[in-house]
Design a protein around this ligand. Sequence first.
Ligand SMILES: Cc1cc2nc3c(=O)[nH]c(=O)nc-3n(C[C@H](O)[C@H](O)[C@H](O)COP(=O)(O)O)c2cc1C
Length: 190
Amino acid sequence: MIRLKILITSTRPGRVSPQFAHWIEGVARGLPAFSVEVIDLKEVNLPFFDEPEHPAKRQYVHEHTKAWSRTIDEADAFVVIATEYNYGFTAVFKNAIDYLAQEWKHKPVGFVGYGGVAGGTRSIQLMKPVLTSLNMVPLTEAVYLPFYRQHLDAEGKFQPTEDHHRQALVMLAALEKWAGVLKPLRETPA
Ligand SMILES: Cc1cc2nc3c(=O)[nH]c(=O)nc-3n(C[C@H](O)[C@H](O)[C@H](O)COP(=O)(O)O)c2cc1C
């Protein structure tokens, strides 16, 4: 089983990102390859990075870092719900990334991008150099939701189209493939 973690990266009151996370969670749970967990950075609630040593040393002094390290360590692959703020990704996500190093290594990342005209593309493109610096493998395959509000019903609930579902399956198939290809590297001692 590929242990897939879906990361919610926006934390503001009234945010829409959990809708997309729980949708992709449902799609992934329908596939035999994955065990699935949603990780909400609002609940993880990390302070601004406060470890004295470089994360590559794994000499963490804070309990919140040790818990975050365990959470990311046990993942084989990720889907990032890519909120776009000011043509970039969220500061909360960058902070959560910076806490760790080895834990992210050799793991593929798929994306669900959403927003206005660009559908989260700019956020995703800015994540890529950061993720590759940690030896992660960001995938080309993604779900994009430009003008996402068009797909919310009167109650504000996300109503995916068949095309969204198809994009999700393509992205998850690529994640499965890459998680398998990278497995020997993840099993090699750092
Ligand atoms: C601080 C801020 C900056 C934003 N910048 C962008 C942006 O650059 N591109 C975009 O498509 N939408 C942008 N938006 C609109 C967001 O796509 C929209 O508010 C979305 O609901 C944010 O995700 P969230 O609800 O999970 O926080 C911005 C929203 C906020 C609050």
